[in-house]
Write a protein that binds this ligand. Sequence first.
Ligand code: ADP
Ligand code: MG
Length: 399
Amino acid sequence: MELTGIRFLDELAVENRPVFCRVDFNVPLDGKRVRDDARIQGALPTILALRQAGARLVLASHLGRPKGGADPAFSLEPCATRLAELLDDEIRFADDCVGEGVMRLVKDLPAGSVAVLENLRFHPAEKKGDPDFARLLAQPFQVYVNDAFGTCHRADASMYTMVQHFQDKGAGLLVQRELEFLGRLLANPQRPFLAVLGGAKVSDKIGVIRSLIERCDALLIGGAMAYTLLKAKGIEVGKSLVETDKLDLARELLSLADSRRTELLLPSDHVVAPSLESDTVMVTEGAEIPVDQAGFDVGPQTIERFTQKVGQAGTIFWNGPLGVFEKDLFRAGTHAMAEAIANSPAVSVVGGGDSAAAVKKAGFTDRISHVSTGGGASLEFIEGKSLPGIEALRAGHQF
Ligand code: ADP
Ligand code: MG
């Protein structure tokens, strides 16, 4: 993806102008309190920079999946309260994201002040990218900033449709960082370029697997998706999760790797159990799994092979846990991968909600070059798809 034609914060004139900044405040709530403020903290650099530059700054976000209209359980007010604490400043809150109240609030907002709008998804028109709603959203503002990377693969009104009303538009610091790191994976990664994939299903990630086979030097696969590929190679995988309707596709991916000369490493041993609930586990001797057992993690020999590969890489991209890391009995593979990547001097990028959580749980977030804030968005980016939220920012983009 080209970054040409996209402006960043330091290229936008914001002083004393009303700025609409789309952030990701989609945080977990405990009643009226924010349970985990990581995403609010993540937006702080952009908020501080815009406030410092004298913007009349208004933040907007979605939160959760309110059904069909305003629902106090999904209010953004707790986010405004938490932001006020973090900034040690007064934050104004508008109880809707469009309308008279917002017009007045923006008009009265002094330069260097910050306000938060109510949940965008209280209007079903937001998710539909509705043009009339988008026009109303844009109306009070002169500048548009997108700092919500995790939603950039959606053509929602606040991400895409409303942007057509702005000459002055750009990416915030979080989005800029995502574009720089993810962009490097596509443009000219330091070789060998190694990708590690895991997670639940092959079918979730077909496009990504294909794209990575074409781009990288070696692909390591673990997690449940490995069993569909092993089965496609004729290896017995017992009761492990297999997508039987994806076996042909798995064979096609194996032969694509062959013809592209991309080294494809699959697990050569496994941690198995009769079911996820059993409290005794076994390690297999080789790649085969007994018929009454299922694989829930990669085994020690696989960890060693994978770790060694990671140690030789110039660039690493990781998406998807190598086992059921939520359970202590099956977290060794995922933990070892997080540790191997943390120890590697390579440029490393981790994408995916569960993968990022696994890295955090293992305590290695600070030793990874970049942990992406966008699950679906980062995967679509790696696939080489264009993201509506990013395309909208380009100068001269035709809506
Ligand atoms: P991400 O969110 O990082 O993209 P996914 O959502 O694709 O990752 O996959 C994460 C899920 O995959 C986890 O809940 C994990 O328990 C599950 N998983 C990994 N390995 C296995 C396995 N062998 N069997 C069943 N589930 C697995
Ligand atoms: Mg997930």
